[in-house]
Design a protein. Structure first.
Length: 173
């Protein structure tokens, strides 16, 4: 690490020297302890080693993340008792089938829900119709009862059920 810092400091000094020389119009000279060919080879080697170790670290992290995701998937997807060890491909295929199965169930339940909503709307309309019919028949029955009571003539006035209906109607109010 300190070797890399020292190299960076030397490179920074070199660049500053070149900038100063360019400002004063001097011809740029290579510092005596640097050979450009060996320096560029050395920096390329260090750079490639740094890139390689960075790549290896990134790949290690990627694989660890992938392994973690596969473990989470194993928990979520029912695997079955076929084998104690499952391959990644087998796990992914089972997950795909499981997802399709869940989508099918969701689609069926959505269809069933829509049917129930339609049925509920129909039943509410039917309830409103029946309540309206009941209100209309009650008011018609009230008018008929009042007119029969006042005239004293009733087609079914002698029947005991019509008397009960009249009494129950007047008791409701």
């Amino acid at each position: 690490m300190s070797y890399n810092i020292a190299t960076l400091l030397e490179a920074a000094e070199y660049l500053e020297r070149r900038e100063r020389e360019a400002e004063h119009g001097y011809a740029s000279t290579v510092p005596p302890k640097y050979d450009l060919k060996s320096n560029s080879k050395l920096s390329k080697l260090k750079k490639s080693q740094g890139n390689r170790s960075t790549h290896n670290e990134l790949e290690k992290n990627r694989r660890a993340h992938l392994r973690s995701c596969l473990e989470s998937l194993k928990i979520l997807v029912p695997l079955g008792p076929e084998a104690t060890r499952h391959t990644t491909l087998g796990l992914l295929n089972r997950a795909k089938a499981f997802i399709k199965n869940l989508e099918e169930k969701d689609k069926k339940q959505q269809f069933q829900r829509e049917q129930l909503v339609r049925e509920q709307r129909y039943l509410l309309r039917r309830l409103d119709q029946l309540q309206e019919h009941l209100r209309n028949s009650t008011s018609t029955h009230r008018i008929r009862s009042i007119s029969e009571s006042s005239s004293g003539i009733s087609s079914a006035s002698n029947s005991p059920t019509s008397e009960v209906e009249k009494l129950s109607y007047f008791c409701q109010d």
